[in-house]
Design a protein around this ligand. Structure first.
Ligand code: SF4
Length: 365
């Protein structure tokens, strides 16, 4: 199976080359693209508008489905957490978050992660491998099919967040390609404006991202207002420190479209980074760099076995928010979702992935 060509990884233009290379007319590429992405079919035999012989050829030489769902959990709040596996056995986690009139899918860009953020369970896996563009797209297709059924329309718009396992900017090319595939109006038609990419601060890629035409929104996971604390919580800071990160953020801010803002994500860890003094330091830093179009998403840490942190109390979160707002910074408290099924931020890789902790490798950046 692994030798077969993964057609879900192909842009429509690449599919055109593919169908012509096997002697089929160019228009077949649109039929295939629509079948895989708009109708979300995962088996060529179901694409009955293709000739039978061509369907057989596709089934013999190509594939549309390389990920398998190992398990699925549904939270009391409707959140669904999917544990999937690549064809070569690597874990992939994806989370579906329903809200009124909107579906949000939090997808993974890598299997495991190299970046060792101290408050994140995925870090314990190490980096297993980058996901291909097709594996990223398949996560979305699998989730939508689970919720609505293959071939069925999705009644709501779909928002995507690249906030699952992995650092999206460490798999930049595949990420951008997957987003291009998914934005095609003959397919999933999820336009960049509905997508948010979250990075821990791979600074050169923030500049590259800022230059992209038609790019998604950006969130930067910050979680500390100074180098000393951030070095401890997020070792990536030793490579690109807070000043380098804020300089990049300022450049990014200058590339924002009308009405657009970007986000700093701040995971609040009880007794570690959640004091009013930390909030003041953060506000000072934002004001020092003249960042005017940033909002802060405050995320109370989600307790998980294997992590030494605990969530801050609600009053502590409220005080942090108020301190920022008093200094003119927009701050929002993100409601935790799917905690009971370990789908919340920092909890991916928890429960039912016990064997994964032994196969990770850690890569220095
Ligand atoms: S928070 Fe994100 S970047 Fe950091 S270790 Fe976890 S998955 Fe990797």
């Amino acid at each position: 199976m692994s030798e077969k060509i993964h057609l879900t990884s192909f842009l429509e233009s690449e599919l055109e080359d593919f169908v012509q290379s096997v002697g089929e007319p160019k228009y077949r590429s649109k039929q295939i693209f629509k079948a895989l992405h708009e109708r979300r079919l995962r088996d060529f035999e179901a694409v009955t508008d293709l000739p039978k012989a061509f369907r057989k050829h596709l089934s013999d030489h190509a594939t549309a489905s390389t990920l398998t769902v190992e398990s699925r959990y549904i939270s009391e709040d409707g959140t669904r957490r999917f544990l999937m596996k690549t064809h070569d056995g690597y874990p992939v986690e994806t989370v579906y978050l329903p809200t009124e009139n909107r579906d949000t899918i939090c997808f993974s860009s890598q299997s495991g992660c190299a970046l060792k953020c101290d408050f994140c369970l995925t870090a314990k896996l190490g980096l297993l491998r980058n996901l291909t563009a097709g594996e990223i797209v398949e996560q979305i297709i699998i989730v939508l099919n689970d919720v609505y059924g293959a071939g069925e329309p999705t009644p709501h718009g779909t928002n995507l967040v690249a906030m699952g396992a992995g650092e999206p900017f460490a798999n930049f090319e595949n990420l951008i390609k997957s987003l291009e595939i998914m934005s095609n109006e003959d397919g999933l038609f999820i336009v960049p404006n509905r997508v948010t990419v979250s990075t821990v601060g791979i600074v050169p890629k923030i500049y590259e991202f800022a230059r992209l035409e038609n790019r998604p929104h950006l969130a930067i996971s910050l979680s500390a207002p100074n180098d000393e604390l951030r070095n401890r919580l997020m070792p990536v800071n030793k490579r690109w420190n807070i000043d380098e990160l804020f300089t990049a953020a300022k450049t990014f801010e200058l590339s924002l479209r009308r009405g657009e803002r970007f986000t700093f994500e701040y995971v609040l860890l009880g007794g570690v980074n959640d004091s009013p003094a930390h909030a003041e330091e953060l506000a000072d830093k934002i004001n020092e760099y003249g960042l005017e179009r940033v909002k802060i998403n405050l995320i109370a840490h989600n307790a998980a076995e294997g992590l030494d942190y605990h969530p801050p109390g609600a009053d502590r979160v409220a005080e942090f928010k108020r301190t920022l707002e008093d200094r003119g910074i927009s701050a929002y408290v993100r409601t935790p979702r799917g905690r009971d099924i370990y789908a919340a931020c920092g909890q991916l890789a928890a429960k039912n992935s016990p064997n994964l902790f032994q196969i990770g490798r850690t890569v220095e950046i």
